[in-house]
Design a protein around this ligand. Structure first.
Ligand SMILES: [Zn+2]
Length: 238
């Protein structure tokens, strides 16, 4: 997913793709897609990317951090700064060691070794109009990405929710949460914040089509997504 703000500054966030890596999940292991070709076709070759943001470091969100070149994993976006939240980095390192998986080794360590990592706070301003917002619970250092321009606002959720069902029932947690209690608290606070004013475009990272809509309060702890959003309504926000 990409967005463009201000003067030709490009930010790449979120990789659902796994980029030809061995994974425990059968449907993801060895998965290879034409993501980079499509990104380039859209006008964003990897060499043009300035910043890479990972909302968190589960395997389905760090895949394109690296590519396999000359028998080793190297940063895909060699001219970018990779903005990592330290707490998330440390948590992924510990989990990969405990679970004996390759995620840290093939998708995080090569970027760090190449000197491309900047550790940032979870409320970091990436560029004017693009900032991180801490949304912990799914993982310890999880962040969402807020994009604001011309009075419009959009939020790339990451995995602080996985389904629009959690808008109607924010206390429902999937089994993946590192801290379900904190995850619920995060969702309730964030939904209240984002629904205020009724003009925040939510872009759900794991939502099926339509993936985006305006978040709206319809009762106590109850929200919905208005998905009949036109370009005129969202303006240049996403
Ligand atoms: Zn996740």
């Amino acid at each position: 997913m990409h967005c463009q703000v201000a003067v030709q500054i490009r930010v790449v966030t979120q990789f659902i793709f796994v980029a030809d890596k061995k994974r425990e999940e059968v449907e993801w292991s060895g998965l290879s897609t034409d993501f980079l070709k499509r990104l380039e076709k859209a006008g964003y070759p990897p060499s043009s990317v300035d910043y890479v943001v990972c909302t968190h470091m589960h395997s389905d969100h760090v895949g394109w951090n690296t590519s396999f070149v000359d028998r080793r994993w190297v940063p895909t976006f060699s001219n970018a700064r990779y903005l990592f939240v330290r707490q998330e980095f440390d948590s992924r390192l510990q989990n990969s060691a405990a679970q004996n998986d390759d995620v840290f080794a093939d998708s995080v360590q090569p970027v760090y070794d190449a000197g491309l990592v900047d550790f940032v706070p979870p409320d970091h301003v990436v560029v004017p109009g693009v900032r991180l917002e801490p949304t912990p619970g799914h993982t310890p250092g999880h962040v969402s990405v807020v994009i604001e321009q011309g009075g419009h606002k959009a939020v790339i959720t990451g995995d602080m929710l996985h389904s629009p069902i959690q808008l109607a029932k924010p206390r429902i947690n999937p089994k993946f949460e590192s801290d379900p209690t904190l995850s619920t608290k995060t969702r309730l606070a964030a939904f209240e914040r984002w629904a205020d004013g009724g003009a925040t475009l939510m872009i759900g990272t794991h939502f099926s089509y339509p993936t985006a809509g305006l978040i709206k309060s319809v009762g106590p702890e109850t929200y919905t997504l208005v998905t009949s959003v036109t370009p005129e309504i969202v303006g240049g926000a996403a």
